[in-house]
Design a protein around this ligand. Structure first.
Ligand code: CP
Length: 318
């Protein structure tokens, strides 16, 4: 098994089966600290820096919460406009990271540019954790999703996923890469202007992923063990920030929605629904009270998963 010590977490493309199981084992060891709200001192002499060039609620704060639970220290920025990277100087990733590496032992980065964390990793002597890069990937989110399913089902093999929404999304890419390592069959539904690239589909085919395209959720929801839904009323992830418009709500076509009625009448009785959040109207709030919803548990698992990743890359869980 490859060591995690000092490793950058940039893409799930690099991950093998053993990597997932190792992370999940560490999650199980550390979970009581999060669940019982009792911090450990495992990383008391370590510091995390969060460099977020795009808005975030869950990823940044769960990563910071994870480091606090590990007894470590946290600093960073959540608005790059207050740094030299976001003002007149537009300081480069290289120059910024050559400073940040002295301020912390691990850097968690979200950026609107595809590959920005990879660029940072070229210059950083401390591990970089990709917390979402443009339309690229979102490895810590999808590791959280996989951990949530693994806890529930005890395996990631033999499950069929319905992935609906914007397939340019970084989560959809990370799911595709994870599917190369497990017996996961993917049924995908997306609007024509939110299609995955031909290169991405070919890459999955080349690695034997069973990948089936459908026109609407109602055509294939009956097959799904896991339903993964993302918005189609969507921000542009290549921008540092997109503000709200008056017309954005209530406009998801039914082909890209999962409703309570569909879950009752068409879905498998034990199907579970995951959503990385935030949501729009693709997943109405009356689904929240059903036995299928797992997105709040997913959010709680996000702290545990990030505790495990930080402890592993800092060599505190090897
Ligand atoms: N799931 C997720 O990435 O949420 P945030 O954008 O709030 O971090």
């Amino acid at each position: 098994m490859r060591s995690f010590i000092g490793r950058d977490i940039l893409s799930l493309k690099d991950f093998e089966r053993d990597d997932y199981t190792r992370i999940f084992e560490v999650c199980e060891k550390l979970a009581p600290h999060a669940h019982n709200r009792r911090n450990t001192d495992l990383c008391k002499d370590k510091t995390l820096l969060t460099a977020f060039y795009q808005p975030s609620t869950r990823t940044r704060m769960s990563t910071e919460a994870a480091m606090h639970r590990l007894g470590g220290h946290v600093l960073g920025f959540s608005d790059s406009k207050m740094t030299r990277a976001g003002d007149f100087y537009q300081e480069s990733i290289k120059d910024t990271v050559r400073m940040l590496e002295y301020y912390a032992d691990v850097i968690a980065m979200r950026h609107f540019q595809l590959g920005a964390p990879h660029e940072a990793a070229k210059y950083s002597s401390v591990p970089i954790i990709n917390c979402g890069d443009g339309w690229g990937e979102h490895p810590t989110q999808v590791l959280t999703d996989l951990y949530t399913i693994w806890r529930e089902r005890g395996t990631l093999d033999g499950l069929r996923w319905l992935c609906v929404g914007d397939h340019r999304m970084r989560t959809m890419h990370s799911i595709g890469h994870a599917a190369t390592q497990f017996d996961m069959e993917l049924d995908v539904v997306y609007p024509p202007d939110m299609a995955p690239t031909a290169e991405f589909k070919q890459e999955l085919r080349d690695r034997n992923v069973r990948y089936n395209e459908w026109k609407s959720t109602s055509e294939c929801i009956d097959k799904a063990d896991v339903i993964y839904i993302e918005p189609v009323v969507q921000a542009d992830y290549t921008k540092s920030r997109v503000d709200a418009t008056d017309t954005k709500k209530g406009t998801t076509p039914p082909e890209y929605q999962i409703t309570r009625k569909m879950m009752l009448e068409q879905a498998k009785r034990d199907a579970i629904i995951l959503h990385s959040l935030p949501r729009m109207d693709e997943l109405p709030v009356d689904v929240d009270g059903t036995r299928h919803a797992r997105y709040w548990i997913e959010a709680s698992n996000g702290v545990v998963l990030r505790m495990a990743l930080i402890a592993l890359v800092l060599g505190r869980a090897e």
